[in-house]
Ligand binder design. Structure first.
Ligand SMILES: Cc1cc2nc3c(=O)[nH]c(=O)nc-3n(C[C@H](O)[C@H](O)[C@H](O)COP(=O)(O)OP(=O)(O)OC[C@H]3O[C@@H](n4cnc5c(N)ncnc54)[C@H](O)[C@@H]3O)c2cc1C
Length: 380
């Protein structure tokens, strides 16, 4: 007798979701045929780690055709998932009939727009930033709120694309982030003419408070402080942390909802296996691979394993082919070795290309991203 087709629905076609969908689609689990459905609103895959370049005007788009990165047998539904019914195992997608699932992989990322100010967090926001920047007169001031990696990358890209602007990065304690707080980063920012100021930017108005005084917002303020996850899990009654991240165990399964698996920025892995994971493309890709492995283990009657993801390096794009690369221990703590300048910029560019290449290769040769043995390595 022919077995019933098993349907695996993946919500979110970012780095984690595409890796997961490709790996399940190409897996050889048990005897039942498997249908993989990817739900994502985008007309293209977004290379989110390049959106600062788009916002600055140095790059037209961060879009990649789906056919380049997605397994041909993955069915794509171009829409936003509105709710998840974990009891009936169904996802509400627009006005369509509920999409039933046997297994669900939740990978909606962290590209929610947090503020009415400019940002580079998703393609629409980066497009608006690009337009606003293009309209700025020479000599205009621009505030970049936030001195983390996205703030430094956005400011650097902008300084290269528009050297005629007066760019200031503003954060409560300046450059104190473990990656951006390096001397080589400060030197590069200085070289690009970017100022760094201790202060607070109002997330609604862009008003700046610094040294006990307030001043009006700059003609353009780019908000880069923090990533916000979509409220889908919380609104669907699934367990979330205080920021709305779906809670999953070390196999990436939601406790109490064993048909729901999560990966990427939108989830928080409880326990020691996930304690060092930060929201990053670097972690999203191996998490996506592992989410697929958990589903494949169930489908073939096996037992899912715990994640084992170790970081290798963190890298920054500092514009015009220059960068900063910090080697790290598997738990993401910095090593003494770092690279800066053109060599780091070259490595950073290769890492960006590799992320898309990994997805594309997994679409053609499923299982190629990482084998079951040994820790998955995360760079980015
Ligand atoms: C400018 C910038 C630079 C960055 N640089 C780096 C870097 O150098 N290194 C690094 O490691 N990380 C970097 N990051 C962070 C990195 O982009 C994220 O950590 C990564 O994209 C997370 O991958 P993900 O698959 O979890 O989610 P995402 O890539 O955010 O993808 C999630 C997808 O889900 C979709 N989605 C959302 N809600 C729904 C819904 N309800 N229904 C269906 N689909 C939905 C979204 O539209 C999106 O396509 C950067 C981020 C930015 C913004």
């Amino acid at each position: 007798m022919m077995s019933r087709t098993v349907r695996v629905v993946v919500i979110g076609g970012g780095y984690a979701g595409v890796m997961a969908a490709n790996r399940v689609a190409g897996g050889k689990p048990g005897t039942a045929p498997v249908e993989v459905v990817l739900v994502d609103p985008g007309a293209q895959f977004t290379e989110r780690i390049r959106l600062h370049q788009v916002g600055a005007g140095g790059r037209d788009s961060a879009g990649v055709e789906w056919a380049e990165v997605l397994h041909p047998q993955v069915r794509r539904v171009q829409a936003r998932a509105l709710s998840i019914d974990s009891e009936d195992r169904a996802v509400q997608v627009g006005n369509h009939e509920p999409l039933r699932f046997d297994w669900l992989i939740y990978a909606v990322g962290s590209g929610e727009q947090q503020t009415a100010l400019l940002s580079v967090t998703n393609p629409a926001a980066a497009g608006s930033t690009r337009e606003a920047v293009a309209g700025l007169a020479p000599g205009s001031a621009v505030t970049v709120a936030g001195a983390g990696p996205t703030g430094v990358e956005a400011a650097s890209a902008l300084a290269v694309a528009r050297p005629d602007l007066l760019i200031t990065i503003i954060a409560p304690s300046g450059l104190v982030h473990p990656l951006t707080g390096r001397q080589a980063v400060a030197r590069r920012l200085h070289h690009l003419g970017i100022s760094v100021e201790n202060g607070v930017v109002d997330p609604v108005t862009g008003t700046i408070t610094s040294g006990g005084h307030s001043r009006p917002a700059a003609p353009a303020t780019i908000w880069t402080a923090g990533l916000a996850v979509p409220p889908l899990a919380a609104e669907s009654g699934l367990p979330v942390d205080g920021d709305g991240r779906l809670l999953v165990d070390a196999t990436l399964t939601v406790p109490g909802h064993d048909r729901i698996i999560g990966a990427g920025d939108a989830v928080r892995v409880t326990g020691a296996a996930g304690a060092h994971l930060r929201a990053s493309c670097a972690a999203a890709i191996p998490m996506g691979a592992h989410a697929a492995d958990t589903v494949l283990a169930h489908l073939s009657g096996g037992t899912p394993s715990a994640i084992d993801i170790g970081y290798l390096a963190q890298c920054l794009d500092m514009g015009a082919g220059r960068g900063h690369l910090q080697f790290v221990h598997p738990d993401d703590a910095p090593r003494v070795v770092a690279l800066s300048g053109r060599s780091a910029g070259w490595v950073k560019e290769q890492v960006c290309r590799m992320t898309v290449a990994w997805l594309a290769r997994e679409a053609r040769r499923p299982g190629s991203f990482s084998g079951p043995a040994g820790p998955a390595v995360a760079v980015g």
